[in-house]
Design a protein around this ligand. Structure first.
Ligand SMILES: NC(=O)c1ccc[n+]([C@@H]2O[C@H](COP(=O)([O-])OP(=O)(O)OC[C@H]3O[C@@H](n4cnc5c(N)ncnc54)[C@H](O)[C@@H]3O)[C@@H](O)[C@H]2O)c1
Length: 251
């Protein structure tokens, strides 16, 4: 059994995790934290994590980046591993998270989907093997998304850059009239309707093309990844972990 505290329990992701835990005999939520209370749960829910009693195996955070300091303090004080799934951290907050990882196990990933993290590993492998192939990343999201390209498209691009160090990201070809350079990684954003999240990596060669593609069908995919991360980080020593570590154990 993995005992979990969920920070942001009353949000969309918090509720998705709660539903998955209810249907599982592997994970139990022993406490919830949220700045907005009032929703009934089968476990205690508080606005300040320090009010919770009982020892968890991991804290899963899907709340707001500003919660990171309080969560790090609690994680260090109680030696409880913490999983940061929230996005949008400031540089200062990232420094606080890194400092905490020197004292307790800390997990952070901008995309908790196991499939996306596998797509990144496969893209790295393909980029290494398919020397000379042009690489283009195409992401699609719903019409309410504010940022472009998606953080996940950038995670994929960064993965590719880690094996093709001279890669240059190109987001827009409308301003220059010139041929594509071989070291370019084109990153393109499509916005429309209610698309949950599509990421495609095209490797275009002289005589053949290869496309790697991931489709997120619901937000449960992120809740599932967060629960797998909780199982992984239970009992781990201090350090910084991510979905790549979870994948290593599965490949
Ligand atoms: N890493 C991933 O794969 C992934 C996937 C989905 C969402 N996210 C991120 O997770 C976060 C939450 O997403 P969501 O869709 O559930 O949002 P949401 O707005 O539905 O829920 C956030 C919840 O956190 C609560 N909250 C806000 N500030 C808080 C604080 N300081 N302490 C405790 N609780 C606080 C809110 O009251 C709300 O209930 C966002 O940053 C989102 O980008 C990451």
């Amino acid at each position: 059994m993995v005992n979990i505290i969920v920070s942001g329990i009353n949000g969309r992701m918090g509720r998705a995790i709660e539903e998955m835990c209810k249907a599982s005999d592997k994970y139990t939520i022993i406490g919830g934290v949220d700045v907005t209370l009032g929703i009934p749960h089968e476990f205690p829910t508080v606005s300040d994590i320090n009010e919770l009693s009982g020892k968890a195996d991991a804290i899963i955070d899907f709340s707001h980046h500003s919660a990171s300091k309080a969560l790090c303090d609690y994680a260090v004080k109680t030696v409880t591993p913490v999983i940061f799934c929230t996005t949008g951290y400031t540089e200062d907050e990232l420094a606080i998270i890194k400092e905490a990882s020197e004292k307790v196990a800390v997990f952070r990933s901008g995309n908790m989907s196991l499939g996306i993290n596998l797509l990144i590993e496969l893209s790295k492998k393909a980029a290494e093997i398919l020397e000379g192939f042009d690489i283009e990343i195409i992401e699609q999201h719903h019409n309410q998304k504010l940022d472009a390209p998606s953080g996940t498209a950038l995670m994929i691009a960064d993965g590719i850059k880690s094996v093709r160090e001279k890669s240059e990201y190109v987001y827009d070809r409308t301003q220059v009239r010139q041929k594509r350079a071989q070291n370019e990684v084109g990153i393109h954003s499509v916005r429309g309707g209610s698309i949950v999240g599509e990421h495609e990596v095209l490797f275009a060669g002289r005589n053949e093309n290869i496309t790697l593609r991931h489709s997120a069908l619901s937000r449960e995919v992120f809740a599932d990844g967060a629960l797998k991360a909780a199982e992984y980080i239970k009992g781990k020593k201090a350090g910084m972990y991510n979905m790549g570590n979870v994948l290593e154990g599965l490949i």
